[in-house]
Design a protein around this ligand. Structure first.
Ligand code: ATP
Length: 181
């Protein structure tokens, strides 16, 4: 059983990291892959470029041995549609049960995703709690009970713009990386 956690990771933060580790444990996954998107389909532009986002993901996986990175969406370079990634993943891991992990805010908008009704043909969808999310049972979707972590990349980007302290929001190694850019 393996999990894929897609996102822009602009930048990666403890909301992603703590949830990824917790869900890996909760579902007893053998591997948990953070899967950064290339060009986000639902966001106009990113604060950090692809190399910087990958550098920060690498710093995170160096520190947290439970986590791995899958770069297929970046390698593909075209728009990162989750359905295309899941089809590829199923071909690459034919013997594994595959989970696709997302926050409740993403799940709330899933009907805007390409071929969203087919996503569950390729993976079990796992939804993580986010502030204000209201989780109701839904056929074929697993709502995780991992603790809520109230951190977002938006909040971090806003603090960077105001030169505010980032401690506790993301690993120190990544804070140092951002400071020297
Ligand atoms: P932004 O603030 O730019 O929208 P984000 O913090 O939501 O970014 P993304 O990289 O866009 O981060 O998120 C990737 C995935 O991780 C999404 O499915 C998102 O819902 C989920 N996610 C992000 N932060 C959290 C969090 N604190 N708790 C649970 N899920 C999260």
């Amino acid at each position: 059983m393996i999990g894929f956690f897609g996102g822009s990771f602009d930048p990666i933060h403890f909301g992603h990291i703590k949830n990824a580790i917790a869900i890996k444990k909760e579902l007893r996954l053998s591997n948990l892959f953070l899967m950064p998107c290339a060009a986000p389909v639902h966001k106009s532009e990113l604060r950090f470029n692809t190399k910087q986002r990958l550098d920060m993901l690498n710093l995170a996986v160096q520190e947290f041995a439970d986590l791995s990175i899958d770069t297929r969406e970046i390698d593909r370079q075209s728009a990162s549609y989750t359905i295309d990634s899941l089809k590829q993943i199923q071909q690459d891991y034919p013997d594994d049960k595959i989970f696709f992990i997302m926050g409740a805010d993403s799940f709330d908008n899933i009907d805007t995703w390409k071929k969203y009704e087919q996503l569950s043909d390729y993976a079990t969808l796992v939804v993580l709690p986010r502030v204000g999310s209201n989780q109701v049972d839904d056929k074929g979707v697993y709502f995780s009970k991992v603790p809520l972590v109230n951190i977002s990349s938006t909040q971090i980007r806003s603090k960077i713009a105001k030169h505010q302290d980032l401690s506790g929001l993301l690993p120190d190694s990544i804070i140092h990386y951002i400071e020297q850019l």
